[in-house]
Ligand binder design. Structure first.
Ligand SMILES: [Zn+2]
Length: 278
């Protein structure tokens, strides 16, 4: 347990300006050396782009909610999922976006964000784990990396001499944000993230229907929150619920836990305070 607590404490150290944790030049050069034909985005480079994207995600969502007990709880749940994910070796970071909009966002390389609104929408630890598992699944399946690879290839075609520069790195990050934050990922990637996320959830021991449970509540309350970016960047919530329903029989022998009481206890601060954490 103490190792886990230490890991959580270390995770909060990533909340620094981008320049503190990525050496852009080094990573762009490193990626270039990896090979020119398909312009792959290697793990180190993925983490560098992810760090730069994460900083922009935080800015676009109005900063972070740093309430210590919430940050610790989200990290404990997130880390437990991450070590059971298909890419446990990545340095995962979990943080809460300071908005009551309902959404969760991930950036390549292991950055996972949940909004305070989404935290408030959850009714159990299994639901919280479900929404985090969906984001971890996007990272594990390399969905965002595909966008980065396309952008990088286009950039190389447009400018064969200058694209190693930090400015070009910035252009790729901007292009990624425009694609990813406004249009979202292809529907098939979303369904795949639900499938992989549900598998991770079951593997750790939470109720396999945790994500489904949250999504079905969001689907029924859609009119109240329909302006949230979640609905613009994800497939129809009802369609996602139906697809997860088709997966659940495979987990019928898994008696996962939902932990409503622990969730209520650990997030009690949400109902006690009004307004922002800053
Ligand atoms: Zn998604």
């Amino acid at each position: 347990m103490s190792a886990r607590i230490v890991a959580v404490a270390m995770c909060t150290a990533w909340l620094l300006p981008a320049c503190e944790f990525v050496n852009v030049h080094q990573l762009v050069e490193g990626g270039l050396k990896a090979g020119a034909a398909q312009l792959p985005v290697g793990p180190k480079e993925e983490i560098a782009y992810g760090g730069a994207v994460a900083v922009q995600v935080v800015a676009r969502y109005g900063g972070l909610d740093k309430t210590p007990e919430l940050v610790e709880y989200v990290n404990l749940v997130g880390e437990a999922l991450a070590i059971h994910s298909p890419r446990p070796e990545l340095p995962y970071h979990f943080a809460i976006l300071n908005t009551d909009e309902v959404n969760a966002v991930s950036a390549p390389g292991g950055y996972v964000f949940i909004t305070r609104g989404a935290l408030k929408a959850c009714r159990s630890e299994a639901e919280l784990a479900g929404i985090l598992a969906h984001e971890i699944a996007h990272i594990a399946a390399g969905h965002a990396v595909k966008i980065l690879q396309n952008l990088k290839s286009k950039q190389a075609l447009a400018d064969s001499t200058g694209w190693k520069s930090q400015a070009v790195f910035g252009q790729i990050v901007d292009g990624f944000l425009d694609d990813y934050m406004t249009k979202g990922l292809p529907q098939d990637d979303e369904f795949e993230a639900d499938r992989i996320g549900t598998a991770i959830l079951a593997r750790v021991g939470w109720a396999p229907d945790g994500l489904r449970s949250l999504l079905s509540r969001l689907a029924s309350g859609r009119t109240a929150a329909s302006k949230d970016r979640f609905y613009g960047t994800h497939p129809d919530t009802g369609a996602r619920v139906s697809r997860i329903d088709a997966l659940l029989p495979a987990y019928k022998d898994k008696d996962g836990v939902t932990l409503e009481l622990r969730f209520r206890d650990r997030t009690a601060v949400l109902s006690k305070r009004v307004g922002h954490a800053h």
